[in-house]
Design a protein around this ligand. Structure first.
Ligand code: ADP
Ligand code: G6P
Length: 355
């Protein structure tokens, strides 16, 4: 089939355990591209897909090969590769990347069954989010950029309690049990993917409060791989140096336990990386502009864009700490990466003519 203007999407992978902030991150990302993402119109109301003007986000749970009953019968979790169809995932991500529409299955989270497929057409930016975007080498090789949200056990537990206990009426014991039950498969199949990520957002308990176990104040690291095409890591003050910075003072209001930034080079699974770290939380989001003014390589289009994005979504989880800040920054870096790839294609008309 020949079409004259075939869209060839830039493909992004976002990996994390469920309940770890993927959808919040996606909302920040699509907002950077200037539009909110919504479920496909007129389709299956239980579709997991989100579509905006530029971006389509699919959930990789749709490639479950075993439904809820099937998993129960075979005694495998959704995290287990045997419950997922990586051949189909690869074929379909490849097709989209080549500019072809696909008929993607739908895993219905309400019924636990596989619903009839939905048609997905190639967008400008195609995001695959879920448990296994970097698990299969063939799928991994199709990604133009990959992110892993690494939530430490302590924080995961605090978030789950907040959601499942407060909102769903689960008991503390049952939450603990479900996390424990998932852990072996999580460690075996999900966690190892972080070594392949171009950017990792690591969420840890604060070090500003001795023996903190509330999981409310967070220490967040943005680990950025060096040498990734179209991706220049963000830095604080002086690229490549090691810095610790407490910005609280005349320009930034900090109540207990304060805010501490750190920046410097490191290695991560044998790769050279730059790490930007923020411990603590903002009292006043508008004052973030002071921090923004000290960060470089942010890929903003105007001074203050990071702060503006954060203010715009002040109601999203993590807006007052490093999770929201770093998700926003990664969103801007992805926009930059996308624009560089598009510009590169425009500069190579011979290549484009082959399309
Ligand atoms: P996912 O899409 O990975 O399942 P969500 O973005 O829906 O995750 O977040 C699930 C829940 O986790 C939220 O409702 C919130 O309770 C908690 N959460 C997510 N991100 C954060 C954050 N940065 N700070 C605090 N809580 C968060
Ligand atoms: C993970 C997957 C979901 C799955 C859930 C529970 O969170 O992302 O697709 O529904 O596990 O699995 P269960 O087998 O209990 O339905």
């Amino acid at each position: 089939q020949v079409s004259c203007s075939v869209e060839k999407p830039v493909v992004i992978g976002l990996a994390a355990d469920s309940g770890c902030g993927k959808s919040t991150f996606m909302r920040r990302l699509t907002s950077v591209f200037g539009g909110a993402a919504e479920p496909p119109k007129g389709g299956n109301p239980d579709s997991n897909t989100l579509i905006s003007d530029t971006t389509t986000v699919i959930c990789l749970d749709d490639y479950h090969s075993l439904d809820r009953t099937g998993r129960k019968e075979k005694g495998v979790t959704a995290l287990d590769p045997r419950a997922n169809n990586f051949d189909l995932m690869y074929e379909q991500v490849k097709a989209i990347k080549e500019g072809q529409a696909i008929e993607k299955p739908i895993y219905n989270h309400v019924t636990g069954l596989l619903d009839p497929p939905e048609v997905i057409t190639p967008p400008k930016i195609f995001v695959i989010e879920g448990l296994h975007p970097m698990f299969d080498e063939r799928v991994r090789d199709l990604l133009d950029f990959s992110i892993y949200l690494d939530i430490s056990d302590e924080v995961k537990f605090a978030w789950k309690i907040q959601r499942d206990m407060a909102e769903r009426g689960h008991s503390l014991e049952s939450i603990q049990a479900s996390i424990e039950a998932r852990k072996p498969d999580f460690d075996a199949f999900i966690d190892p993917q972080k070594q392949y990520a171009d950017a990792v957002i690591e969420v840890l308990p604060t070090q500003l409060i001795p023996d903190d176990n509330e999981g409310k104040v967070l220490r967040v690291k943005l680990i950025m791989k060096e040498g990734v095409k179209h991706f220049n890591p963000v830095y604080l003050f002086d690229e490549g140096s090691s810095i610790s910075w407490v910005p609280c003072g005349r320009k930034l209001t900090c109540s207990y336990p304060g805010i501490k930034f750190a920046y410097g080079p490191d290695t991560y699974f044998g790769h050279e990386v730059s790490v930007l770290e923020m411990d603590g939380q903002f009292d006043r989001l508008d004052e973030l502009i002071y921090v923004e003014s000290h960060l470089s390589n942010l890929s903003t289009k105007f001074y203050g864009e990071v702060t503006q994005q954060m203010l715009k979504h002040a109601d999203f989880p993590g807006s007052n700490n490093g999770t929201g800040l770093f998700q926003t920054i990664v969103g801007l870096k992805i926009r930059d990466l996308y624009e560089q790839i598009v510009a590169e294609r425009a500069d190579a008309p011979a290549e484009a003519a082959k399309v």
